[in-house]
Design a protein around this ligand. Structure first.
Ligand code: HEC
Length: 473
């Protein structure tokens, strides 16, 4: 009784001070594992996301279903790099197909909105989510599918003149020339499109999360080979991550999205008068545009292989999975290629292997490294993910200050510089970020969702309230 009264007084005092009282009253344990920033409204009859958080305490030493780990692919760099595209000859097509076969086991053939992605496969929980991603009311998990908001994609990122196979960071010239994309469509979507996505780790990744962020909700740090890392890291062999990315771009604008699963997403409302997204959220339709995967592979120079698929209406087949067109894989950032080295010394990329059989628009990252349709074309999967680090001691992470600038810096991909050399380098956990700039940052073994989790815990730990909404400001 007394205790409650005391808490009420504190809450009242905090409310007077202008802080968010309920956030204070909630514990790290409850905030870390909440399902969504806001639950469904009364009378809601659609799907409801439940955070998969019963992380296994132990996992088998080997993953028998990880068939790709037995595919004979070659991770050794060659100087000069191979002339031919090694997508098929190097068995990367088989490697990536094995991962998709594993991911789609036990899933709905259409990945229908009502069913979503199933966490149980063959009678046990195979897929787990990352905690602390439902704290921020602006971009945090929504209640229908558990997606979170990322960088807003612009129309140019999603559409491209038919059969233009040009590579590199060259911006696409105008949306008018696109088959099927009317000038009205472009004019009507000046604010760009929102990417909301949801990621799942299998048991091997889930076990690591259970150690890194246990039931207390407070991230745990341990020492691995002399370096401070989150407990449970590096991720063990057998780890698989999958991420479904949605866009609100309609198929009238982006022809290859025709037939893609339409998911209900509790996302930002567009103020059509001002062409700006607002802080208000409402359930609206988005479509699955890209599926990303990442697996640990002890043979890789970074310990990882990243791969991506684009939804393509043109792919033959009847299921959602049939329509996933593999775009390529990446296991390193090609530190021998511009802008990690000067143009004169630059050699062809070889740690990204792109599917040459892609006949819809493909979106490559910096200098032909791999990136997906909604990713930053000045970056690449491995370079952005290689910069996954967290501020130590429960502090707030500030990119470029106490953790690397994952999303960009002046001259990214456009000039040879120290920043580019560091960003397009290969490191393997528990190595520190190249260049020695962030000596205290904790290596996260490429997990940017774990970076979000540490960041959100840091926000809670420091301010006891999430950051204010900045959308449209
Ligand atoms: C410019 C940065 C950037 C690029 C480029 C990028 N990602 Fe990510 N990725 C993120 C961020 C940030 C997250 C965590 C937030 C989230 O999942 O919503 C993430 C999450 C993921 C996850 C979930 C697991 C994790 O590490 O958090 C996978 C898998 C993934 N990305 C794969 C890819 C693949 C494959 C590519 C290339 C086709 C790619 N990413 C390119 C920023 C990037």
């Amino acid at each position: 009784m007394k205790k409650t009264q005391g808490l009420r007084n504190i809450a009242a005092a905090i409310a007077t001070a202008g802080l968010c009282a309920p956030a204070f009253a909630q514990s790290a344990a409850s905030l870390a594992f909440q399902n969504a920033v806001k639950g469904p409204p009364p009378g809601w009859s659609g799907p409801v996301f439940k955070l998969s958080r019963d992380y296994p305490a132990t996992v088998p030493a080997q993953c028998p279903e990880c068939t790709w780990l037995k595919v004979d692919v070659n991770f050794r760099p060659k100087f000069p790099p191979p002339e031919d595209n090694v997508w098929s000859s190097g068995k990367w097509d088989e490697y990536l197909k094995g991962i998709l076969d594993y991911v789609k086991q036990g899933q709905d053939p259409q990945l229908d909105n009502k069913v979503g992605f199933q966490i149980n496969v063959g009678g046990k929980t195979r897929w787990f989510n990352v905690p602390w991603m439902a704290y921020d009311p602006t971009v945090g998990r929504e209640f229908v599918h558990g997606t979170t908001n990322e960088r807003t994609a612009h129309l140019q990122d999603l559409i491209h003149p038919q059969n233009d196979r040009s590579r590199g960071p060259k911006p696409v010239v105008g949306a008018n020339s696109i088959a099927g994309a009317t000038p009205e469509c472009e004019a009507q979507n000046k604010a760009g499109f929102e990417t909301w996505s949801v990621g799942y780790y299998n048991e091997w990744g889930g076990m690591a999360f259970g150690k890194a962020i246990p039931k207390s909700g407070v991230p745990q740090v341990t020492t691995y080979m002399g370096t401070k890392v989150p407990a449970g890291l590096p991720f063990p062999p057998g780890t698989v991550v999958v991420k479904f990315l949605t866009t609100n771009a309609p198929p009238e604008c982006v022809p290859y999205l025709k037939g893609s699963p339409e998911w209900q997403i509790d996302r930002h409302v567009l103020d059509t008068a001002n062409n700006k997204y607002t802080c208000e959220r409402k359930v609206q339709i988005s479509r699955i545009v890209q599926v990303d995967v990442a697996v640990t592979d002890p043979r890789s120079p970074t310990g990882w292989v990243y791969g991506t698929y684009a939804y393509s209406a043109e792919q033959p087949g009847t299921t959602f999975w049939d329509h996933l067109l593999p775009l390529g894989i990446q296991y390193g950032s090609d530190p021998w290629t511009f802008p990690a080295v000067p143009k004169a010394e630059s050699i062809r990329v070889q740690q990204s292997v792109l599917n040459p059989g892609v006949n819809i628009y493909q979106h490559f990252g910096c200098e032909g490294r791999l990136a997906g349709p909604v990713d930053n074309a000045q970056s690449s999967c491995m370079s952005c993910h290689g910069s996954a680090f967290a501020a130590p001691d429960g502090a707030v992470s500030v990119m470029g200050t106490n953790v690397p600038a994952s999303f960009g810096f002046a001259g990214m991909c456009t000039q040879y510089s120290v920043a580019n050399t560091d960003y397009f380098n290969n490191i393997i956990a528990p190595q520190k970020f190249s260049g020695g700039n962030f000596p205290d940052a904790l290596p996260l073994d490429t997990s940017l969702q774990l970076e979000v989790a540490f960041q959100q815990y840091g926000q809670f730990n420091t301010y006891k309230a999430p950051a204010a909404c900045m959308i449209g400001k």
